[in-house]
Design a protein around this ligand. Structure first.
Ligand code: UDP
Length: 366
């Protein structure tokens, strides 16, 4: 039997553990007091609502293998995320679709008319968009961009959209029909009993030992005791920030409890720059099959990640990528180490990307 050390028990670490535990001994070090990383869910005591402790996680993928894999560990209930956006006191449909266009411009355009109309608004001087703003101006024109993207993006990322890569906007579709499904992926759901159950099942094996509240530092580990180390924490932290810190945005939440239904939807975005939060999530709407008299909702704020904050969104600005390259060169020289997951690769990854990548990596060690 080989002995593997895994740092972190989010999807990256847990999938590796689950895949390799039959023939190997696995040790997991988790610095938090719970497993599951940012996917951790827990019932809120006063309301009984299952909350996504680190912000909403809606499982969506086009990868059938990943979809089948995850359902070994949970009952996935089909769920469609329908997000609204409030701008200057009016509610609009998201992602930008025919309803949004007709609402915003006070029209009743058909799909073909809307396509022509948006094309007439688009900035045709932009050939290949170099940043978020250019991408938006090219695709939807100035008015929709300023209403739904400019203020929100400035709040979320803390910089001008001209400083951000176009790829961030490419995550969102623009539709010329009334489809208001936030995601374009064909397979979407929410685990019936929350995400924590998935991790409990994945890690429930006699060959896996999980140590909670155990912080990793290179100097504390006798690496010779392990055949391979799988590291899923922040890459810059591994190297004690010797080439500098990578930029991340973090989010934090203001919790509120109320009677009944607060906003009538799971997620409502606030597009105005003047509103200090980016969105409000009301978690009982993620489980419409449950009934709760009270409700719990969270205002989500965004800020730069400081030393004690949880890193969420890799910024990947030019300076970050220069620093990243130095860490990557260093990783190349390390034998028996695998860096995987969002934090260790400093990449914007959805849950299904992390799972698919971990499944692929695990194959090499089977
Ligand atoms: N975005 C926006 N307004 C919205 C929703 C999204 O400007 O109402 C921008 C924002 O910059 C965000 C990006 O579009 O980072 C991608 O949206 P997505 O919903 O994928 O956000 P994320 O997963 O980054 O929270």
């Amino acid at each position: 039997m080989k002995k593997y050390l895994i740092i972190g028990s989010g999807f990256a670490g847990s999938v590796i553990a689950e895949q390799l535990c039959k023939d190997n001994l696995i040790e997991i070090w988790e610095e938090r007091s719970h497993i599951g990383g940012n996917c951790y869910t827990e019932r809120e005591k006063e309301t009984g609502v299952n909350i996504h402790q680190y912000g909403p996680h809606i499982f969506n993928t086009d990868n059938v293998e990943v979809w089948d894999y995850i359902q070994q560990f949970c009952e996935m209930v089909p769920y469609i995320n329908r997000v609204k956006s409030i701008y200057k006191g009016k509610v609009y449909s998201l992602p930008i679709n025919l309803h949004t266009i007709n609402q915003f411009f006070n029209k009743a355009l058909s799909p073909a008319e809307a396509k022509d109309f948006i094309q007439s608004l688009s900035d045709t001087s932009i050939d290949s968009p170099k940043n978020f703003e250019e991408q938006a101006l090219k695709f939807i024109g100035k008015d929709l961009y300023q209403a739904f993207f400019y203020g929100y993006t400035k709040k979320q990322w803390g910089c001008e959209p001209t400083e951000l890569p176009a790829s961030i906007l490419k995550r969102l579709p623009v539709r010329f029909n009334y489809n208001d499904n936030y995601y374009a992926m064909p397979l979407q759901g929410i685990p019936k009993n929350g995400y924590t159950e998935i991790f409990e099942k994945m890690l429930n094996h006699p060959n896996i030992t999980v140590y909670l509240n155990k912080k990793f530092a290179v100097k504390d580990v006798d690496f010779s005791a392990y055949d391979q180390v799988f590291y899923t924490g922040p890459v810059d932290a591994f190297f004690d920030y010797k080439f500098g810190r990578l930029g991340y945005r973090t989010v934090y939440f203001e919790k509120h409890i109320a009677e009944g239904d607060f906003q009538g939807n799971a997620v409502i975005n606030y597009a105005d720059e003047e509103t200090p939060f980016t969105r409000i999530h009301e978690h009982k709407h993620f489980t419409p099959w449950e009934e709760h008299e009270k409700t719990v909702y969270f205002k989500e704020f965004s800020k730069e990640t400081e030393t004690e904050d949880i890193p969420y969104y890799p910024k990947r600005l030019a300076n970050d990528l220069e620093i990243l390259e130095k860490y990557q060169n260093e990783i190349e020289t390390l034998p028996n180490f695998t860096f995987l997951g969002r934090l260790a690769t400093y990449r914007y990854m959805d849950m299904h990307h992390v799972i698919a990548n971990a499944l692929e990596i695990a194959q090499k060690f089977k």
